[in-house]
Design a protein around this ligand. Structure first.
Ligand code: TYD
Length: 257
């Protein structure tokens, strides 16, 4: 993987120059971080699982007309993507109170929200990605009002679709974080979905038991993190439960690089 020019290294992914102009290669690492990178670990096979899950979700979203940066999966850890300028905002959509919202507003974790809520955080690790209002976004020029409207509309469509997708496999989509990018066109640019959608960036609870099948297993030291991600991939039909004792066969997804 060092044969290509590295463009950027984030906490869970590396971006390399792509084979064609306007493309990049997104490499999924096994590294996990939380609490602004104060907590770190390497989770065997996480990158492989997130590559596969994000590919699956991006393809399904493209089918319903959401423009995404995803072009194709290259191997178990890498995907070819369109090069975009990332909008410096994390767009969070919530259906059920959890995490920082539950804490900030004193709502019990697990309480259904009156309706889906979209929030924005500024992508600034040094500031701990602070929550910002649309006023700040417009005033500081992080995105135009039209871009904000487009991102909110796309986020709500993504939420509707993903809630249904996960509900079909017995999972409640509690919340998720997405990022958008500006794709340069002959004239102007288009806002498209970028980054990843995986159990690293969503809260996914089993509908029957409320068992957490997402990164909270790492944040909260609940253990069995990759097992939970494997369960999500298995329920989505991405990997087959072909282990000797009927358990998902992790090696199916972790052998290949
Ligand atoms: P949130 O409750 O705001 O933060 P935390 O994860 O610190 O409790 O997170 C809402 C959802 O967005 C949750 O599924 C995790 C995801 N998220 C990220 O993936 N990255 C981030 O930087 C943030 C702030 C949230």
């Amino acid at each position: 993987m060092s044969r290509r020019k590295q463009i950027y290294e984030g906490k869970a992914k590396i971006l390399y120059e792509g084979p064609e102009p306007g493309t990049l290669i997104q490499y999924f690492k096994d590294d996990a971080t939380a609490f602004n990178a104060q907590k770190k670990a390497t989770l065997d096979g996480k990158g492989v699982l997130n590559n596969r899950i994000s590919e699956y979700v991006m393809l399904r979203l493209a089918e319903i007309g959401i423009p995404t940066h995803f072009l194709k999966r290259i191997n178990m850890r890498e995907q070819l993507i369109k090069k975009v300028d990332i909008v410096p905002l994390e767009v969070i959509c919530r259906n059920v109170a959890a995490g920082t919202m539950a804490k900030r507003l004193g709502i019990e974790e697990g309480e259904a929200l009156p309706r889906s809520i979209v929030e924005f955080c500024l992508k600034r690790d040094d500031l701990g990605d602070p929550l910002v209002a649309e006023e700040h976004i417009h005033a500081f020029g992080w995105a135009t009002p039209e871009e904000v409207d487009e991102m909110v509309a796309m986020t709500l469509r993504i939420n509707d679709y993903l809630r249904g997708l996960f509900s079909g496999i017995g999972i409640n989509l509690i919340d998720f974080k997405i990022e958008f990018g500006r794709l340069a066109l002959a004239e102007g640019h288009q806002i498209i979905l970028a980054d990843e959608i995986s159990p690293d960036s969503c809260r996914l609870w089993d509908r029957e038991t409320n068992k957490k099948l997402d990164k909270d297993r790492f944040r909260r030291d609940l253990g069995n993190v990759t097992e939970a991600y494997t369960e999500v991939a298995t329920r989505l039909g991405i990997i087959k439960p072909s282990g000797p004792n009927g358990k998902p066969h992790l090696s199916v997804v972790s052998n290949e690089e």
